[in-house]
Design a binder for this molecule. Structure first.
Ligand SMILES: Nc1nc2c(ncn2[C@@H]2O[C@H](COP(=O)(O)OP(=O)(O)OP(=O)(O)O)[C@@H](O)[C@H]2O)c(=O)[nH]1
Ligand SMILES: [Mg+2]
Length: 216
């Protein structure tokens, strides 16, 4: 059996589990997104800001994915929402089977929003459907405006792009216009937000978009 065939079988199995997860979340009226980026772009910081902004109005659960440690889950736990950590032990992406197991350890009753933070990696997680409604890719201004062209799959498969760390624009060689043009050349349907977790800029717009997607 060739490597390509094995990879296709792995993805087919993943997609079948993901379809099952999607159906289960839909039955419970839970809107979900999978947040992806390179290590350190600000995924957990955005999740923290999102929870702070929305948690009085919307009941939220979080699945954290990491290669090692439960540090991100500890951060989310401080905000008193339901959270579980998947440690992949070296694996560079989450798979639907891991998310299914994590969902079994969460109390999903009355939850309206499920956030899945993927392992920090701009390549591998793009290929894996986790049963989420939407993929949200984060690119921070310190990473360079060429990244959508160099890592197109992530931007092609996402429906939202968050350009984070805009507070650092005066100090870095990065053009937000170039990020947008490059990303839109890969995926013209991307909804784009500009945020800073340091100043709070853009968080309200992003959270209003989430609220507009919550199932009533
Ligand atoms: N200046 C600035 N720093 C930020 C911003 N957002 C996050 N950071 C910092 O960037 C670093 C990484 O943030 P995290 O939220 O841990 O990033 P992450 O994408 O979750 O990282 P991994 O889970 O390890 O992939 C931390 O030191 C944050 O305080 C921002 O908007 N502006
Ligand atoms: Mg994180």
């Amino acid at each position: 059996m060739s490597l390509i065939t094995i990879e296709r079988k792995v993805l087919e199995k993943n997609d079948a589990i993901a379809a099952n997860i999607r159906e289960g979340l839909k039955d419970k009226n839970i809107f979900s997104f999978n947040i992806l980026s390179s290590p350190g772009s600000g995924k957990t910081s955005i999740v923290e800001k999102t929870i702070e902004y929305l948690k009085d109005r919307i009941k939220i659960a979080v699945i954290e994915g990491d290669v090692q440690t439960d540090l991100d889950a500890q951060r989310i736990n401080m905000l008193e929402v339901s959270v579980t950590q998947i440690v992949t032990n070296g694996g560079c992406h989450l798979e639907a089977g891991l998310v299914r197991d994590a969902l079994n350890s969460l109390n999903l009753n009355d939850i309206q929003l499920l956030i899945i933070e993927n392992v920090g990696n701009l390549v591998c997680p793009a290929a894996y459907d986790l049963g989420e409604d939407t993929k949200v890719v984060v690119l921070s201004t310190t990473e360079g405006d060429d990244k959508p062209l160099k890592y197109p799959a992530m931007f092609r498969n996402a429906s939202v792009l968050i350009i984070n760390k805009i507070d650092l624009l005066p100090y870095v060689n990065c053009s937000v216009e170039k990020i947008k043009n490059n990303a839109l050349s890969i995926n013209p349907h991307l909804r784009i937000f500009e945020t800073s977790c340091t100043t709070g800029a853009g968080i309200e717009d992003w959270c209003e978009w989430i609220e507009s997607n919550i199932y009533s």
